[in-house]
Design a protein around this ligand. Structure first.
Ligand code: GYE
Length: 320
């Protein structure tokens, strides 16, 4: 049941969020700890804002950024447990390694909601629900674009270069799996190399530069990139070559940040698969349902679509 909590922020929170309004301690219905994994992309920043803004409408939110470190995130969750928050929302950096800290939360009787990436735990009752995009469907959509694009092509083989995200995370595994599933219907399609760019722009650029130096990029027909930030980096690296992106090299990218929609409109990339970062409403809704004692599904998917030259006129304004 909802508690009334007067919360004393430690110095760090005070320093980062001190406004006149904060001088008057506010009574809010719930105290929610929100641990985010990092700030590696515009997508991630929007994801954070969406959750914070929505939760702050009715609750007191303690936000912590894990700066792409699992240890740090575990520390942050432990801090939330020590504060006896009412509920913990967290976005795991990676899939494994959460069992112990979630057991601590369970012992303290603090419910946990996992957002965005999945976690692997032996005991499913360690979290009340997972809310996120359907990563496999995103991979399917990317693959479908490529198979359609080349369906009438006389080419005997279609070479694909995959620029994958951070390893041991569900978006990376499932985006590969979903893409493979669809392209395997056309025997000419082959992922000839997979690079790993950690979902970071600079890493995408470095990986592509190294590839261009050591391999023959002109043999590649398709670049399938797991996120827009890495795609921006790869495009920078391609500027040093004669390759015309969007024409000589078909580019499929995931997220649909505003800056990538611009490149789609300019014909520099061919297909942008949306990954929906606007998780806030879904998280707030799940929290309300949980505290109202209503049934909650253990897996909640968010709606997503895909953009290409066929629907340029109807792309909704992005907010990331
Ligand atoms: O695609 C990417 C990122 O986990 C789905 O992480 C997320 C991915 C997203 O930073 O941009």
């Amino acid at each position: 049941m909802k508690k009334l909590v007067l919360f004393l922020f430690p110095l760090l929170f005070l320093l980062s969020a001190c406004t006149a309004a904060d001088d008057v301690e506010e009574e809010k219905s719930l105290v929610i700890g929100f641990s985010q994994s990092g700030t590696e992309s515009k997508w991630r920043k929007r994801h954070t804002d969406s959750i914070k803004t929505e939760l702050e409408k009715e609750n007191q939110v303690l936000y912590r950024n894990g700066y792409m470190s699992q240890e740090r995130q575990i520390q942050d969750i432990r801090t939330f447990i020590a504060y006896k928050v009412d509920l913990i929302v967290f976005t795991p950096l990676q899939e494994d390694g959460w069992e112990l800290i979630l057991k601590e939360a369970k012992q303290a009787e603090i419910p946990v909601i996992v957002v965005d990436r999945h976690i692997t735990v032996s005991d499913q009752s360690l979290y009340i629900t997972h809310i996120g995009p359907s990563f496999k469907a995103e991979g399917n959509r990317g693959g479908l674009y490529v198979t359609n694009y080349f369906s009438d092509s006389p080419k005997e083989e279609i070479n694909i270069l995959e620029l994958a995200g951070l390893t041991e995370t569900s978006p990376t595994t499932l985006r590969t799996e979903g893409f493979q599933e669809t392209i395997s219907r056309d025997p000419r399609m082959k992922v000839v190399d997979t690079l790993s760019g950690d979902y970071v722009r600079m890493k995408g650029k470095e990986q592509m530069e190294a590839y261009i130096k050591t391999k023959d990029i002109s043999k590649i027909d398709v670049l399938y990139s797991h996120n827009d930030e890495m795609t921006h980096g790869a495009l920078e690296a391609l500027e040093e070559t004669d390759i015309i992106p969007g024409k000589d090299l078909v580019i499929v990218t995931i997220d649909a940040q505003e800056d990538m929609i611009k490149k789609l409109r300019a014909g520099i990339v061919n297909c942008v698969v949306e990954c929906n970062p606007n998780a806030g409403w879904f998280v707030a809704n799940a929290i309300n349902r949980y505290f109202d004692g209503k049934e909650l599904s253990h897996e909640i998917y968010m709606p997503e679509t895909v953009f290409s030259e066929t629907n340029l006129d109807t792309i909704p304004t992005r907010n990331y």
